[in-house]
Design a protein around this ligand. Structure first.
Ligand SMILES: NC(=O)c1ccc[n+]([C@@H]2O[C@H](COP(=O)([O-])OP(=O)(O)OC[C@H]3O[C@@H](n4cnc5c(N)ncnc54)[C@H](O)[C@@H]3O)[C@@H](O)[C@H]2O)c1
Length: 253
């Protein structure tokens, strides 16, 4: 029996990197996917990959920083599939790298809008939909190791990810009695297009980041996908409000 047979799962930021890999893995486990991304072509391309492999997927454009976009996206999901069983609130940006002392208003606002407010808009509607379903649901938010420890040069990113962990715990407590589980995944540095942009910030950045991970390497997208799959599946039925690291030991240091 496939692990996620027939579950309807919404993945934001599903057009690239961690979101794409996780969506493909979920579809391989029998889930019916919604790929939501700011970049419509990426969303429809990943939905096309799933369909070509015999799965079911809908690719939709959605800017998670816009409440009306998020509401419209979920209206389309409900019209198409009738319910939402799981969600992976994963869309995010790294934002500009600069120290707190010189961080601009606009850089701050943009990163918080995508990484925190975007998760909130999606989470709120997901809970509303799951409350209609007696079997509840499972929600996973993408935080980061920078949601658990500080990160020099990334004040807005680190603040947004710490806030995602707090929002995750709060929503988990509020909905535990309704069979709705809410967890966060906290990856170390992952080899994705975002990872490549981070490596390009300074010569030798990649090597320094590798050295900071106790396992001596970076995360693969498949390793994050496996953790998210577990959190979405019924195998994690008594896990809620948890911030699960996938970091090769980074925050254990
Ligand atoms: N790559 C890493 O090292 C790393 C580490 C820890 C956590 N994360 C987090 O993982 C998540 C995915 O990152 P990734 O590495 O796969 O990055 P990525 O850049 O490869 O993918 C991010 C996706 O989010 C989409 N997106 C950006 N803004 C959006 C918006 N406003 N609305 C909808 N979609 C939007 C992008 O179009 C893109 O498809 C992010 O939340 C990121 O912060 C990444």
């Amino acid at each position: 029996m496939a692990e996620l047979a027939d579950k309807v799962i919404v993945v934001t930021g599903g057009g690239s990197g961690i979101g794409r890999e996780t969506a493909l893995a979920m579809a391989a486990e029998g889930a019916r996917l919604v790929i939501a991304d700011l970049v419509e072509d990426s969303a429809t391309a990943v939905a096309g990959e799933i369909a070509a492999a015999g799965g079911a997927a809908l690719g939709l454009r959605c800017d998670v920083t816009r409440s009306d976009d998020v509401e419209q996206m979920f209206d389309e999901v409900i019209a198409h599939y009738g319910r939402v069983d799981c969600a992976f609130n994963n869309a995010g940006i790294e934002g500009r790298f600069a120290r707190t002392v010189e961080y601009s208003d606009s850089d701050w606002a943009q990163t918080i809008a995508v990484n925190l407010t975007g998760v909130f808009y999606c989470l709120r509607r997901e809970i509303q939909e799951m409350l209609k379903n007696p079997s509840g649901g499972s929600i996973v938010n993408t935080a980061s190791i920078t949601g658990l420890v500080g990160w020099r040069g990334a004040p807005a990113y680190s603040a947004s990810k710490h806030a995602v962990v707090g929002l995750t715990r709060t929503a988990a407590l509020e909905n535990a009695r309704y069979r709705i589980r809410v967890n966060a995944v906290c990856p170390g540095v992952v080899e994705t297009p975002m990872g490549e942009r981070i490596f390009a910030e300074a010569p030798g950045a990649k090597e320094r980041l590798v050295a900071r991970h106790p396992q001596g390497r970076l995360a693969q997208t498949s390793e994050v996908a496996n953790a998210v799959l577990w959190l979405c599946s019924d195998r994690s039925s008594f896990t809620t409000g948890h911030a699960l690291t996938v970091d090769g030991g980074f925050v254990a240091q």
